[in-house]
Design a binder for this molecule. Structure first.
Ligand code: SF4
Length: 174
């Protein structure tokens, strides 16, 4: 089981993009965090692996930048990287601020950890969907929506927490 790190005040991010259609359903703002301990062959963001670099900002500032991007056309926010769960404390603080300001915001997080390793982290209480597991080049499938390789799971976190099982997210475009 992954241990929760001591909360650090700031979060290290690499960039924010205003509109993406490949990191979850609809148009989404995406925050790329800086730093990932893995070196998956074929990683699509190798420049985001070093734990140094990028920009260190407060959760309040990050939340404000995300909120500045939210328009009626934006369905939600996705945290990608790098691995956002390398920084669970400030990520949680950021999500709490976002939830307070926009309760209906759809929040997705990509991670190289398995759900079973991170499910006890406090930050999980604020996440709607977790795309878990490292990218595995031999299982790469470019036809899969919202994930790079077959081993990754798109997990409905509230449903999984309620049932104590892994409940995969189901697309509902109604
Ligand atoms: S977990 Fe994701 S960001 Fe980290 S090395 Fe693997 S593919 Fe790259």
């Amino acid at each position: 089981m992954m241990k929760e790190a001591v909360t650090v005040e700031k979060i290290r991010i690499a960039s924010i993009i205003g509109e993406s259609v490949v990191d979850g359903p609809g148009f989404r703002t995406v925050v790329f965090t800086q730093g990932c301990p893995r070196h998956c062959p074929g990683c699509h963001n190798p420049e985001l692996l070093p734990a140094k670099g990028g920009e260190l900002i407060s959760p309040a500032e990050l939340a404000e930048r995300v909120e500045d991007n939210i328009t009626p056309l934006i369905n939600g926010v996705t945290f990608s990287g790098g691995d956002p769960l390398m920084q669970p404390g400030p990520l949680h603080e950021t999500i709490k601020i976002l939830r307070k300001g926009i309760p209906e915001l759809d929040i997705w997080v990509y991670t190289g950890y398995l759900y079973e390793e991170v499910k006890e982290l406090s930050v999980m209480e604020g996440i709607d969907v977790l795309v878990d597991g490292p990218f595995e080049q031999e299982l790469k499938d470019i036809t899969l929506p919202f994930k790079g390789s077959e081993n990754q799971r798109i997990i409905d976190i509230p449903a999984s927490r309620n049932t104590c099982a892994v409940v995969e997210w189901e697309r509902n475009d109604d």
